[in-house]
Design a protein around this ligand. Structure first.
Ligand SMILES: *Cc1c(COP(=O)(O)O)cnc(C)c1O
Length: 386
C-alpha cells in the first residue's frame, strides 16, 4: 500500500472538510506553518509577511489566550510562558544588562530570588533584598545603577503588602522598571497598570488554569516597555504548547466564579481560626488584623483563597506531623490556586527577619470543597495538638 501517502496528503490539500463550530476554539499544535505559495515564503524571508511563520511565532491558540489576558490586565502586550518562573526569569533578563542593579522584595517567590542570586549575578547584575512591606522608604535602596524593582504583593507565604502606587511613582521618575508578581490577586482582584506598575506577572499555573494540571505563566507590559519586551520574547523564540494555552483559556471562563468561592471559604476559615485559643496570628490581607490591611482595602477589590497562620505554641515536628498527617481533605504539596485544598508548613528563613521569624507558618490553599467540611477537618487535626 505505497500510495497511502497520497491519501494522507489530501488531508491538508483538501479545503472542503466539513467545518464545525465547537464552543471552545480548536487547539493549534505545530512547528511548521505552511505558506500558501513561494511568494509568501519570500516575504517571510525579508520580514514583510503578515501571517504566522512558525510555531514559535505564536500559533492562534496562544494568541487567543494572550489577547484575553492582555485585555483583562489592561496591558499593551501579554505573552505566555511555559511556567510562572520562566515568566519571571525572562522579564528580569529583558530589562537588565551587565553592570545593572535591581531591587527584589524579600517576600518574592523563592526560585525567582535564586535566579537573581545564581544566574543574573553570573552576567554581572547585582541585587539587593528590600523589606516586603516597602513603600516610600524604597528611596534609600535605589542606587544610580538600579534599573528594576521586583515586587510581589501580597507575598505568597507571609502576605506582606507593598505600597505599589508610591513605589511605582518613585521608580517611574527615575526610569526604573517596576515588575509585580500579581499571582495572588489574579487580574480580577488587582489592576497593576492602574497603580502605575510597568510589568505584571502571573503564574497561570495557579487560579487562572485552576485545576493543578497546567504549568504556565504570563508577562504583561505597559506601552512604555512593550516594544522592548516584544523584541526580547521574539528573540528567545519561546514556545508554549497549544494544549496548555487552551486549558489556560478555558480556566479564564470559570475564574470569577471560582474566585468568589475561594474568597468566601478562605475568609470564613480565617475568621474561625482567629477565634481559636491555640492560634497566634492569622495572616490574611482581608482581615482587619493584617498589618497592611489598609493597603489591601485601597488597592485590591477582593481576596483569594491562600493565607496562613501561626500557632501560639512552638510544636515539635512530631507534634505537627500528628496534626497535619491526620487531615483528610488538605493535601500536602507545593503550588496552589486549584480546587483541592492544600497545606504547606515550615519556618521561613529571611535575609531581613520577617514578622514570623522562627515561627512555623502553616499556609492553606482553600479549595472548592464544602467550607464546613474543611473546618471540620482542621478541627479534627487540631485535636492532635495539646
Ligand atoms: C507558583 C508561583 C510562581 C511560579 O509559578 P510556576 O508556574 O509554578 O513556575 C511565581 N510566583 C508566585 C507568587 C507563585 O506562587
Amino acid at each position: 500500500m505505497k500510495n497511502y501517502t497520497k491519501i494522507l496528503n489530501k488531508l491538508w490539500t483538501e479545503k472542503d472538510t466539513t467545518p464545525a463550530t465547537t464552543i471552545n476554539p480548536p487547539v493549534y499544535k505545530g512547528s511548521t506553518v505552511l505558506f500558501n505559495n513561494y511568494g509568501d515564503m519570500l516575504k517571510a524571508g525579508n520580514h514583510s509577511y503578515e501571517g504566522i511563520t512558525y510555531g514559535t511565532d505564536r500559533l492562534p491558540t496562544q494568541r487567543q489566550f494572550e489577547e484575553t489576558m492582555r485585555q483583562l490586565e489592561g496591558a499593551a502586550i501579554t505573552r505566555i510562558f511555559q511556567s510562572g518562573i520562566s515568566a519571571i526569569q525572562t522579564a528580569l533578563l529583558t530589562f537588565t544588562k551587565s553592570g545593572d542593579h535591581i531591587l527584589v522584595c524579600d517576600n518574592a517567590y523563592g526560585p525567582g530570588q535564586r535566579f537573581c542570586k545564581q544566574i543574573l549575578k553570573k552576567f554581572g547584575v547585582s541585587f539587593t533584598l528590600i523589606p516586603p512591606n516597602v513603600g516610600a522608604d524604597i528611596e534609600q535602596y535605589i542606587k544610580p545603577e538600579t534599573v528594576l524593582i521586583l515586587l510581589e504583593s501580597p507575598g505568597s507565604i507571609t502576605f506582606e503588602i507593598q505600597d505599589i502606587p508610591v513605589i511605582s511613582a518613585i521608580a517611574a521618575a527615575k526610569n526604573i522598571v517596576t515588575v509585580l508578581d500579581n499571582t495572588w490577586a489574579t487580574p480580577l482582584y488587582m489592576k497593576p497598570f492602574a497603580l502605575g506598575v510597568d510589568v505584571s506577572i502571573h503564574s497561570v499555573t495557579k487560579y487562572i488554569s485552576g485545576y493543578s494540571d497546567v504549568l504556565a505563566g504570563t508577562v504583561s507590559v505597559n506601552e512604555k516597555y512593550a516594544q522592548t519586551f516584544d523584541r526580547f520574547y521574539k528573540q528567545m523564540e519561546i514556545y508554549t504548547p497549544g494544549e496548555e494555552c487552551s486549558l489556560a483559556l478555558r480556566g479564564l471562563h470559570s475564574l470569577a466564579t471560582r474566585l468568589e468561592q475561594h474568597e468566601q471559604s478562605a475568609l470564613t476559615i480565617a475568621q474561625w481560626l482567629e477565634t481559636l485559643p491555640l492560634i497566634d496570628t492569622v495572616i490574611h490581607p482581608a482581615l482587619p488584623s493584617h498589618p497592611e490591611h489598609h493597603l489591601w482595602q485601597r488597592d485590591f477589590t477582593g481576596s483569594s483563597g491562600l493565607f496562613a497562620f501561626t500557632f501560639k505554641k512552638d510544636y515539635t515536628p512530631t507534634e505537627l506531623a500528628a496534626c497535619i498527617d491526620s487531615l483528610e481533605l488538605f493535601g500536602l504539596g507545593y503550588s496552589w490556586g486549584g480546587y483541592k485544598s492544600l497545606l504547606t508548613a515550615g519556618v521561613i528563613k529571611r535575609t531581613i527577619p520577617s514578622r514570623y521569624e522562627n515561627k512555623v507558618i502553616i499556609r492553606l490553599n482553600i479549595g472548592l470543597e464544602a467550607c464546613n467540611d474543611l473546618i471540620e477537618d482542621l478541627e479534627n487535626g487540631f485535636h492532635n495538638l495539646s
